[in-house]
Design a protein around this ligand. Structure first.
Ligand SMILES: [Zn+2]
Length: 368
């Protein structure tokens, strides 16, 4: 009786067992690699399960006497699979979820091991920096989409966070974001909202989510200060700083979960969101985002000096009192760097007309 290689799960643990299977008159026989018999599954009780990639077959046993275990076999050999199909009814059964859970356990265990090894050899920041560019945009978007509600909960505190949607202001915001987006050629679409709150704050999540607080619009003395902050946050999106810091906080396993998993609402997302809000990006990241913002404004309109002015204005008015400022270190130095970069640039037209700026600042007259 010819036998072929297969993978066996005992239905209790997540362990993958390399086995041999063969077709016997009384059923499908499963042997350990050592030759020890594991089980014979009567053909009438074998059911196909979904989700096996490739030409083979994944099957389970309909009922195991005296047990709730759901053992499974993956048989990659297509010839053997079709022989088996000729003998067993092989109608589809449920049990896929159980199998996926077991797979998830295996996956997370592996991811944890890989994380630890990577951590030991390279240190997490280095790994995060190297891996962030490799994460598919779709996965980054999924991550941002899972973090977005968490961020809203965190900032909303007792009441749900409200976003500002007064139509005139919304039009101006859309126009400005559209202009920046086109010039920035981003890997993800931007989702910029103004948040109804007094904080002078702005931040970017992975996946193109950018939040500008109304406090920042009110604090800004002109459109270029607000547009400069927006351009800076778009820089963090473009350079995937949020993604990097999430990987750094959550480890490689988390990154892999991002790519393969669906983890909305899970503890990992809550922790990642918290850490992103609480921890500052590195000085290098900030400098890069500033440089990007200057470039973006020179391309898409607006005076990059607005960003430099915002550092001085906001800091002078209330030293250390503003979230965005205080989480962005070494403001004086960054302000000087922007001034230097623009030394020879001609005077620039503002990012918005006075009317547009007025409309944008009034965007929180309607919230939802
Ligand atoms: Zn920043």
């Amino acid at each position: 009786m010819p036998s072929v290689a297969a993978t066996y799960y005992d239905g209790v643990t997540a362990k993958r067992n390399a086995v041999q299977v063969s077709l016997h008159p009384e059923g499908l026989a499963i042997f350990a690699a050592s030759g020890r018999p594991i089980a014979i599954w009567p053909y009438q009780e074998i059911r196909r399960i979904e989700g096996f990639a490739g030409a083979g077959l994944a099957v389970t046993l309909l009922k195991v006497p005296g047990s709730s275990a759901e053992p499974q076999l993956e048989i990659p050999d297509p010839v053997f699979a079709s022989d088996l199909a000729a003998r067993a009814p092989l109608t589809l059964t449920k049990g896929v979820s159980a199998r996926r859970e077991r797979r998830a356990v295996v996956f997370w265990a592996l991811a944890a091991i890989v994380s630890l090894i990577g951590l030991a050899f390279y240190g997490l920041p280095a790994i995060a920096g190297r891996l962030a560019p490799l994460v598919p945009a779709a996965a980054e978007i999924r991550l941002g989409a899972a973090m977005d509600p968490e961020i809203r909960r965190t900032f909303g505190r007792s009441s749900p966070l409200r976003t500002c949607v007064a139509p005139e202001g919304q039009r101006v915001l859309n126009e400005l974001v559209g202009r920046f987006e086109q010039a920035a050629s981003l890997h993800v679409p931007l989702k910029v909202v103004v948040v109804d709150g007094p904080l002078v704050n702005a931040f970017a999540l992975p996946g193109g989510y950018v939040y500008l607080f109304n406090g920042l619009l009110q604090k800004a003395r002109g459109p270029d200060e607000a547009a400069g902050v927006l351009a800076h946050e778009i820089g963090h999106v473009k350079l995937r700083h949020g993604l990097r810091s999430v990987i750094q906080a959550g480890g490689l396993g988390f990154l892999l979960g991002t790519v393969f998993g669906d983890f909305a609402g899970g503890t990992a997302i809550i922790l990642a969101s918290r850490s992103l809000i609480q921890s500052a990006f590195s000085r290098d990241s900030e400098r890069q985002a500033d440089a990007f913002a200057i470039d973006l404004m020179l391309k898409a309109g607006g005076d990059p000096m607005g960003l430099a002015r915002f550092f001085t204005d906001a800091a002078v008015a209330d030293p250390g009192g503003f979230a965005w400022i205080s989480s962005h270190p070494a403001n004086a130095e960054r302000e000087q760097a922007i001034r230097n970069a623009l030394k020879d640039a001609a005077a620039r037209r503002p990012a918005l007309t006075p009317e547009q700026w007025t409309a944008l600042r009034a965007i929180c007259q309607k919230t939802e």
